[in-house]
Design a protein around this ligand. Sequence first.
Ligand code: IPM
Ligand code: MN
Length: 353
Amino acid sequence: MNLKIAILAGDGIGPEISIQGVNVMSAICKKFDHQVSYTEAICGAHAIDQVGDPFPDKTFEICKNSDAVLFSAVGDPKYDNDPTAKVRPESGLLDMRKKLGLYANVRPVQTFKCLLHKSPLRTEIVDGADFVCIRELTGGMYFGEKYQDNDKAYDTNFYTRPEIERILKVGFEYAMKRKKHLTVVDKANVLASSRLWRKIAQEMEESYPEVKTDYMYVDNASMRMIQEPRFFDVMVTENTFGDILTDEGSCISGSMGLLPSASIGDNTPVFEPIHGSWPQAKGLNIANPIAQILSVAMLFEHFNRNEEGLLIRKAVDASLIANVRTPEIQIDGGIKYGTKEVGQWIVDYINKA
Ligand code: IPM
Ligand code: MN
C-alpha cells in the first residue's frame, strides 16, 4: 500500500508523542512492505504564533491531499483564561473537523488487564469493559448559531435529518461488527433535537433487526458508565454529550494517555489521541505515547489492514506487561520510562516480531 500521511503534531506534548507514532508507523510499513511518506503541517497555538490562524489553508491543503492525518494535540494555557482572545488553538481543531467533513468521531473505551488497578473504579466493575462511543462531530451546539453580548448568550443545538441519519448509520454499522448492541444516548425528555434523533433512530432500527437498540437519557448514561460499563457495546450520541461522555469513558481505563480515536467523514480521516496537549509536561519526556501509537493502529484498521493494527496492539500490550511504562501508570517502585523509551521499546518489538 502507498500511504501519504499528514503529520499535525500541534502544541504541548504533541510533537513528542507525534514522533513516537511516526516511528511506529514507519516500523510497520517496513515490516509489511508499505510505502509511506509524511508531510508535516502546522496547527493550533504555534500556527497562531506563526501565521495568525490555528488551521491555515496550507495545512488544510496538505490534509486534503493525504490519505490520512496523524494528529496529536492543540492548546496553550495562554488562551485558556482569556475569554476575549480572538483566535484560539481549539478553533483550529473545529475548523479541521468542519472542513474535512469529519462527522463521526469513533472513541473506543477499553481496559488493559494489567492496569485495572489504575482505574478509579473497582476492578470487578471495569474488568472486561469494552465499548465504542460514536460521537457526532460537526453539528450541534459546537457549530449551531451562537450569540453573545454583555447580558445574554446562546448556542443552538441544531441538527438536520441527514446529519442524524449518517451518524446513526455509523452507530448501527459498528454495532453489526461488534456485539450487536446499540445504545442511543439523548435527552429526549427535554430537548427537541434529541426527540428528532430518537424518532430517526426508531425508524432506522427496522433496517437493523439483528441489532438490539436501546435508548438512554444522557444523565442516566453517565451514571451507567461508571456503575456498569460492561453494559455498553456501541453508544451513539450528539456532539456535546459525546464530548463529555468520552472524557468520562477515558478514565475507566486508568489513564487518559492510553486511548486513541478516529474521526471519519467525507474527506481525509484523522487519527488522534483523545487526550489534550498537557502543556505542563511539554519537553519533560513523561507523556504516554500509547494513545498516539494506538491511533496508528486505528489508522491501519481503517484501511482494513487488521494484521498491522493487531501487531501494534500486541506490541503495546507487551510493553505494559513488561512494565515499560510512563510514570502515571508505573507500578510502585518500578522504573519510570520516558516517552521516547516506551516508543522505542514498542518499535523494537515490532522489528523483532
Ligand atoms: C475533544 C476536545 C475538543 C472538543 C476541544 C479541544 C475543542 O475536548 O476532542 O474532545 O471539545 O471537541
Ligand atoms: Mn473533549
